[in-house]
Design a protein around this ligand. Structure first.
Ligand SMILES: C[S@@+](CC[C@H](N)C(=O)[O-])C[C@H]1O[C@@H](n2cnc3c(N)ncnc32)[C@H](O)[C@@H]1O
Length: 477
């Protein structure tokens, strides 16, 4: 499921944002797995879980918020911290607001929206200070989302079985790969997206199909991906199954104008990527509009899941890039080319690198579709191809990076530094990786000028921001 509700730290080091003692405090204070504790939540960690302290020992409690008093069971224990699951809310925080969505994926819906924004902005500042050793002064006011609900253009649902044995389609219960919570109205999706899911579920029940069970290998239905062009109204439905035989004509007809794709996969993991995808009806590329661009998006290509706020994000990148029209820019981790193409009319030339071939094909076609002739996109792993790109294209004036959550490795940062661009615009979906990356770039001679968080994911702890690093003082050469 795309919206993960809580962090699941894997190492023994305490996750960022806890301020816990590195030695974890006295050993005797460590509660055992299975222990039930009454805990007072005092803050929110990066990733969204509530943080409590028990005899100086740090516990992360997903779903709990500051001010809550909860009865929680310890489910995982490390040397310096543990994870606990709420059993009962003993005393709710005064600021809690009633839940609107009865499905997972929106763990911060109990916080007033203004508070969500304040916490996100603070977490960006905190990450830069504590994980980057940088000043938080560059952090600007967070830009609120235009819509607090029904903002996602893509939802990935899972099929499962309820306690009566009936087929359901919804989200995995947090922390449970084997349990799916049925959804009848996903408040992150549009009405049209919800209707498409319900139609597919109705068809599957009628056809007597069952959910795939990883333990027994029985059943064929795995996931359902519903994607929507928010500006075009186009809908795309992708059914993910085991490599089974299926008759889909009736479903395709029932879906009307929506496109239908079918992915068959033997993957063991609960993921929607990979496998063989067949177009059953309509178009494989979802049409969408963003800023001045007409776009086509392939099923395997990344596209920001909040179209409206992606515009704000890219406008921020454009503002930070402060282009004059002659510059050479590299768009690294370019996906279908959206950031670079939105800058291209104000650039001399644009070079994009992206590892997913379908996304690069989309980027090339998107350039053509929008009569942009100064852009080139190549299938390449940024980790390996950056030096070669600089040799081929020449030194860039601007580097835009938009990496996955894990951020940039130290080696990629070194390669970016070698490019010696005056400006680096770093679009980040994870301040805890932005901070050490920015610190390394600052160490190499750039200044962190501006960091603007943009709220793309209301009701969730996910934080997106745009950072500007400049090599010379403003007005310098
Ligand atoms: C957060 S997305 C950003 C995409 C694009 N900039 C946008 O705004 O839509 C990160 C992209 O990096 C790509 N990617 C991941 N690892 C990569 C690598 N090592 N080299 C090149 N691209 C990579 C992913 O396929 C994905 O398209």
């Amino acid at each position: 499921m795309p919206v993960s509700p809580a962090p699941r730290p894997e190492s023994d080091a305490p996750p960022p944002g806890t301020g816990s003692r590195p030695d974890g405090g006295p050993r005797s204070a460590r509660p055992a797995v299975g222990a039930e504790l009454e805990l007072s939540i005092d803050s929110l960690a990066h990733g969204g879980a509530g943080v409590a302290r028990h005899d100086g020992y740090v516990l992360f409690v997903p779903g709990a918020v500051p001010g809550d008093r909860v009865l929680a069971r310890v489910v995982k224990r490390k040397r310096s911290y543990a994870q606990a699951r709420v059993q009962r809310l003993l005393e709710p925080a005064a600021e809690r607001v009633p839940e609107q969505a009865h499905h997972p994926g929106v763990p911060w819906q109990v916080l007033p929206y203004e508070r969500q924004l304040a916490v996100k902005e603070d977490q960006v500042r905190d990450a830069l200070r504590r994980l980057g050793g940088l000043s938080g002064d560059a952090v600007e006011a967070i830009v609120p989302a235009r819509q607090q609900w029904r903002y996602r253009n893509k939802l990935e649902y899972s099929f499962g079985t309820d306690h009566t044995g009936r087929l359901v389609c919804g989200f995995h219960e947090p922390g449970r790969w084997d349990r799916v919570v049925a959804v009848d109205d996903c408040l992150l999706a549009s009405a049209a997206g919800n209707a498409a899911r319900e139609l597919v579920l109705g068809w599957a029940r009628e056809a007597g199909l069952t959910a795939h069970d990883r333990r027994t290998g029985e059943g064929i239905l795995r996931h359902l991906v519903v994607r929507e062009g928010r500006r075009t109204g186009a809908l795309q439905v992708r059914l993910v199954t085991t490599p089974a035989r299926l008759e889909l004509d009736e479903l395709a007809l029932a879906l009307g104008d929506a496109s239908l794709l079918w992915t068959r996969t033997e993957a063991r993991a609960e993921i929607t990527s990979g496998g063989a995808t067949e177009l059953i009806r309509g178009s494989a590329r979802l049409p969408e509009r963003l800023l001045e661009l007409e776009l086509g998006i392939s099923p395997e290509a990344f596209f920001q899941t909040n179209t409206e706020m992606a515009e704000t994000l890219y406008e921020t990148a454009r503002e930070f890039a402060a282009l004059e029209g002659w510059e050479r820019a590299f768009d690294l981790y370019c996906g279908i080319g959206t950031i670079g193409l939105s800058l291209a009319p104000r650039l001399g030339e644009l070079w994009g690198l992206e590892v997913v071939p379908d996304a690069v094909r989309d980027a090339q076609e998107n350039a053509e579709r929008n009569q942009i002739s100064n852009a080139r996109f190549e299938v390449a792993d940024v980790r390996l191809a950056l030096r070669e790109l600089t040799e081929q294209a020449g030194r860039p004036d601007l580097v835009v990076v938009d990496p996955p959550r894990a951020g940039l490795s130290a080696k990629v940062v070194r390669r970016i530094v070698e490019c010696a661009a005056r400006r680096i615009v770093y679009v980040s979906c994870n301040p805890t990786t932005l901070a050490p990356n920015a610190a390394q770039i600052v160490e190499a001679g750039w200044s962190l000028r501006r960091v603007r968080p943009v709220d793309m994911f209301p009701q969730t702890p996910h934080i997106e921001c745009v950072a500007l690093l400049e090599r010379w003082a403003a007005g310098g050469g």
